[in-house]
Structure formats: structure tokens, C-alpha cells
Design a protein around this ligand. Structure first.
Ligand SMILES: [Zn+2]
Length: 256
């Protein structure tokens, strides 16, 4: 594998240093242990994960109430605090602090999320894996099972690494909860607040569809607002997440 190590992010450098050359090598508990942190899974009250530090030792507790991809992300998030924020002592991180969709703000929680995303889905392994694959949720699902990552984290990763104008959005029955655009996505286009009633996502949100929809081409103004959105077409695919919210990947196809 030809890798320019100077281009690796701090989390990727850490993985590289521990000999990670394949997704199956990413053993977060082993890295935590090497770094003096013990990992325990237990029931937690009032937070999703916590880090209790004492000198150069720490205990990372991960709440057992969530599904495995979520627990893995929580572990990576606390590991990021342990490695990057050692001066700050201990952390109690709420469910809403932890998540790949919250990695852009300039605060300590967002930094930990960005670092955690790179620990679980390092670009130096994801990019060659993605080469030649379609940009949709089928690919995100396959990426998630290859890298043992949640669907949300995998979908955001696929969108971010895509050349196409792609974004990922998460809605519930009444509103958009979050959205993430990639760098190619036009800055003056936004994902609409509400699901359009003619979309597969709407049917899923109101209990009619489940699982994963097929990728479809549809009018862009069902999903997006922006200059002449009514003339444009998007390719979309939606999926119902375990918490009943709907994740959609939206690619704006080239205009005429
Ligand atoms: Zn945190």
C-alpha cells in the first residue's frame, strides 16, 4: 500500500503506528489498553459514555443501552478525549455529544467526533475500498459491515469522500434533525425541513416502508431548496434507523 504518511490525520497516524493496514486490524480496545485505558461496558445513568482519568491511567465506560455500532463510536469518542484532551481530566458525554454528524463545530466534543470517525473509518483505508463504487446507501451499508461502523457514520463517510455533489440528511416525522453536505455540494442548496409526501422516506417515517429503499431519481425540489431546484434531479436512497429516524443520501445530478 503506497501511503503518504504526511497526509494522514492524527487519528490515522495513530492507527498506522499500531500497524493497521486493513479494516480488520482496527481494534479500539487494544489501542485503549496500550494507552493505559481500560474499557468496560455497563449500564450508565445520564450519559452515553464516560472517561475517568487518574494520572496516566483511565477507565472508559461505554453504556450498554445502545446498538453495537453506536457503542463502538462512543468508545472511539472517549478514546479521542483520552488521547487528545489529556489535560482536561475526566469526561461525561451525553448521547447528543457523541455522533459522526456532529464533527464540524469548533469545540472539544466535535473534535472528538471527528477523531472518532477517522479511527473507525480512516480515509487511507476507506478511499481505496470506495474506488469505483456507487455513491448510495447500499455502498454505505457495505462499508459499515466491512469496517464495523454504524450506518450513519458510514453514510457520512461515503458522502464526504464522493466527488459528486452529495449530502446526507436525517429526518423524523416532523422535521430535519441534521444534514451534512460534502465539499462539492453547492453552498446555496439546503435540505428541506420536512419530508415530501411522495418520497420513500416519508412512507418510512409514517410506518409504511421499512429497511432500505431502492435508489431513485426524483425531482430535486422534493428534497432541496436552492436556485432553480425545480429544474434539477437528485438520486436518493433512504433507510430507517433503529431509533425510527430516516437517513437519506441525496446526490444532486449535473444540471443541463
Ligand atoms: Zn465527549
Amino acid at each position: 500500500m503506497a501511503i503518504d504518511r504526511s497526509l494522514l490525520s492524527p487519528a490515522e497516524k495513530l492507527l498506522w503506528q499500531y500497524g493497521v493496514r486493513d479494516p480488520s486490524h482496527i481494534d479500539l480496545e487494544a489501542i485503549a489498553n496500550y494507552r493505559g485505558a481500560e474499557v468496560v461496558y455497563r449500564r450508565l445513568c445520564g450519559c452515553a459514555a464516560r472517561l475517568v482519568a487518574a494520572g496516566d491511567r483511565a477507565i472508559i465506560s461505554v453504556g450498554v443501552g445502545s446498538y453495537p455500532g453506536r457503542q463502538r463510536f462512543s468508545l472511539a469518542h472517549e478514546l479521542a478525549h483520552w488521547i487528545c484532551d489529556m489535560d482536561h481530566g475526566s469526561f461525561r458525554c451525553a448521547n447528543e455529544d457523541i455522533g459522526p454528524q456532529n464533527a464540524e463545530a469548533k469545540n472539544i466534543e466535535a473534535y472528538a467526533n471527528g477523531y472518532a470517525s477517522q479511527l473507525i473509518l480512516p480515509s487511507f483505508l476507506v478511499d481505496p475500498w470506495l474506488d469505483g463504487k456507487r455513491i448510495n446507501l447500499d455502498t454505505a451499508k457495505a462499508l459499515g459491515s466491512e469496517f464495523d461502523a454504524s450506518l450513519t457514520a458510514s453514510a457520512i463517510k461515503v458522502a464526504r469522500r464522493a466527488q459528486a455533489q452529495t449530502c446526507v440528511a436525517c429526518h423524523n416525522q416532523t422535521k430535519r434533525i441534521w444534514s451534512q453536505k460534502n465539499l462539492a455540494f453547492p453552498h446555496d442548496f439546503y435540505v428541506k425541513q420536512e419530508l415530501h409526501q411522495d418520497t420513500a422516506a416519508f412512507s418510512m417515517a409514517f410506518g409504511k416502508g421499512s429497511g432500505l429503499s431502492r435508489p431513485v431519481k426524483e425531482a430535486a425540489d422534493r428534497w432541496l431548496q436552492g436556485p432553480e431546484a425545480y429544474r434539477r434531479t437528485v438520486e436518493t436512497q433512504s433507510l430507517k434507523l433503529p431509533d425510527d429516524t430516516i437517513l437519506t443520501m441525496i446526490t444532486l445530478l449535473p444540471g443541463k
